[in-house]
Design a protein around this ligand. Sequence first.
Ligand code: 6PG
Length: 245
Amino acid sequence: MGLREFVVLDDHEALVAAAAERIAAVLEAVGPRAAVCLTGGSTVTPVYRALAAPPLRRRIPVGRIDWFFGDDRFVPPDHALSNVAQARATLLDPLGVPAGRVHAMPTAATDPDAAAREYETTLVAHYGVGRLDPARPLFDLVLLGMGPDGHVASLFPGKPQIEESERWVVGVDDAGHPPLVPRVSLTLPALASSRALLFIVSGQDKRPALSRLLAGDDLPAARVRSTGPVTWLVDRAAAPQTLIE
Ligand code: 6PG
């Protein structure tokens, strides 16, 4: 298991700049073929915009990267709530990523579970075999946000999907958290198959969950592991006192 590090940034603007710089630094160093797992949520949107704009955009080796998703809402791919629509508009289209390198969750499937099984097939095809090998992570970089209840991707506290240990992708019929639409989510083992994992967390509504996580509470975000380092970039509004002292 990799190291866990917390970095507190002065404000939201500094958080966005630090996150974009770290992502660019990881991506410019990847090998000939890399896989990145994107997150949804509002915090990451300005980070995506910064990556797609000068000066960072020229550090992104677009021709070498396949883009995947940690979760999506079970809505059409052009819907206002769609994570892939958000990523396309703010990052992938401005970077000129070819359509074949964007691996969206198949939300036109009959139901979230069917979409999850289909997406798992996509991931397995990309990885080459159906068993994850810690020596060869599925993703070079995983991005995650954290909800105020401590959820990650679409793995919510108290829901059975958080316990999944075999499947790489699961359907979530009842999110129990706004927006109240069904979801499709990578599981903890799939997210953990990563060379690096970066949390980007902003705002005072996240502070109670971060406090609980630091105190050792069993939240979904506390269960996230990676083969490589797990870095938490947190702005001051979200940071509990123990991280600021
Ligand atoms: C989603 C997510 C979700 C998100 C957190 C944080 O599709 O909503 O991937 O896990 O990252 O809820 O969201 P904010 O950045 O909006 O706080």
